[in-house]
Write a protein that binds this ligand. Structure first.
Ligand SMILES: Nc1ncnc2c1ncn2[C@@H]1O[C@H](COP(=O)(O)OP(=O)(O)OP(=O)(O)O)[C@@H](O)[C@H]1O
Length: 248
């Protein structure tokens, strides 16, 4: 794909040599909006970690047409992070430290961007609160505001709407659409197939291997979803890594 921002070439990922994702090939077009779906244990989070460089590629190659500093990542919601004794504003400002550097003051313009991001996620007036006092949905809004400050070209979201209500989901989905409209590339792990059909033009259905990758309507078919479930259930977690170069 000529305008690919990210290409996967026969990628195999493993934990302590036990394979978790096998022989995955395909590409994310620049500016595309893609859902990453699949059953529990399908390797979705593993793939995001490999794209981020947090997990080495055992075989194959991940080709990125942007520096990793231009990637933003929202991990699955962690209760731990909410225990940090920092204000909502500081939590949002963490999104821009890569651009600003860790040391030195925070320019006024940056604080204003953070306040504007808080307003965009519906949290005007929350800046001075500590994150520990927020509800799960409010905290997720803060994390989206932080993503806005990162100003990334590639945005990776791992189950961003988990445990948030319909109203918050709708608001955050609107932000994802806005990022898409701005030409950013978004890859989001999701479990709600109806939501994917409605809002995500492209889908990668993963079950350790790619079951299908392309237009959502052609990927999320009954046959493909059945095959994905079957493949994950049949997977042997203790199988030996396959020999290098052996195709799927
Ligand atoms: N740190 C780890 N060490 C060993 N195995 C791991 C590790 N992290 C994940 N795995 C295994 O890799 C496989 C894929 O896990 P992963 O978290 O990528 O799945 P997922 O598709 O994101 O699942 P879910 O929908 O449940 O979040 C699973 O069998 C999991 O047990």
């Amino acid at each position: 794909m000529s305008d690919a921002l990210l290409s996967l070439h026969n990628v195999t990922l493993a934990y302590r040599r036990h394979p978790a994702v096998h022989h995955l090939s395909g590409a994310l077009a620049r500016g595309s909006l893609t859902a990453l779906v699949g059953p529990n244990g399908a390797g979705k989070s593993t793939l995001l970690k490999a794209i981020l460089g947090q997990l080495p590629v055992q075989e194959g190659r991940i080709e990125l047409k942007l520096p990793r500093a231009r990637i933003a990542y929202l991990p699955q919601q962690s209760a731990l992070e909410r225990q940090f004794p920092i204000s909502v504003l500081d939590a949002v400002l963490l999104g821009s430290w890569v651009r600003r550097g860790l040391f030195g003051g925070i320019p006024l313009a940056e604080r204003e961007r953070a306040l504007a991001a808080l307003a965009a996620v519906g949290l005007s007036g929350f800046a001075a609160r500590t994150v520990a006092t927020l509800s799960v949905g409010q905290f997720q809004r803060v994390l989206f505001a932080r993503l806005m400050l990162q100003d990334a070209d590639l945005i990776l979201l791992d189950e961003p709407f988990n445990a948030v209500d319909a109203r918050t989901t709708a608001d955050l989905l609107a932000l994802v659409r806005r990022w898409h409209g701005e030409g950013r590339t978004v890859l989001a792990v999701l479990h709600d197939h109806q939501q994917v059909r409605t809002h995500f033009p492209q889908t990668l259905l993963l079950a350790r291997r790619a079951i299908a990758w392309g237009d959502t309507a052609t990927v999320l078919t009954g046959d493909h979803l059945h095959a994905a479930q079957h493949m994950v259930e049949a997977w042997d977690d203790h199988a030996q890594p396959c020999a290098p170069g052996v195709p799927a």
